[in-house]
Ligand binder design. Sequence first.
Ligand code: CU
Length: 232
Amino acid sequence: MTPSRAVLVGVVALVMGLATLHVASAGTIKGAVVLKGATPELRKLAVTIDQYVCGKEKNAEDLLMSPQGGIRNAVVWLDKPPTGTTGGAPPATTTMDQKDCSFAPRVVIVPAGGRVDFLNSDRLLHNLHSTPSANPPFNRTQPRGRTITISFSQPEIIRVTCDLHSWMRGWVVVADHPFYALTDADGQFTLQGLPPGRYTLRAWQERLGTTSKDVMVGDQDPAAVTLEMTAR
Ligand SMILES: [Cu+2]
């Protein structure tokens, strides 16, 4: 190894070491969104058209919960993101399929300026219809197998429907910074790469609305937080 190469290797090792140190010293929030009070009755939605693909009825998916009361598909974000750090930014492109006459996944997060590739895996015609506030409206026919790409430049929460199947609902959450998370099937989420400090978390769920909670983040153990939402 030449001396200059040896120096280069040393510098790279040092930088990697510093990067590891940086990650280790950044704070993490590990939280859950849970339902407070009685679980609302889970509704069935009647299927009145295209039963050969869609089935005879669909489970309402506007409130999906774990047996322990965790709420799936809630979106949690920092009210004011820290500056100078990118956290675990959502990818600039994500996909939302129309499958078995449901949007899947039902909720996606995309950064402002990012795009969603809408797919149709069903052997019938769907449609994408939305009237956002800050982004341009769209109303597109979607035959089987066609990919429709739509870009979103402005942060907002957007409802997407299919005019052919009235029960179909999808949500595109356009994020204005990297610190957004979607809760999993147990209602859990993680936000990482945070400088220590006090943050306000906000949570949204399509049926239950919004809530918020303050949390202190240190540089050692993850901060645990539980956000409660009430059925209405
Ligand atoms: Cu449809």
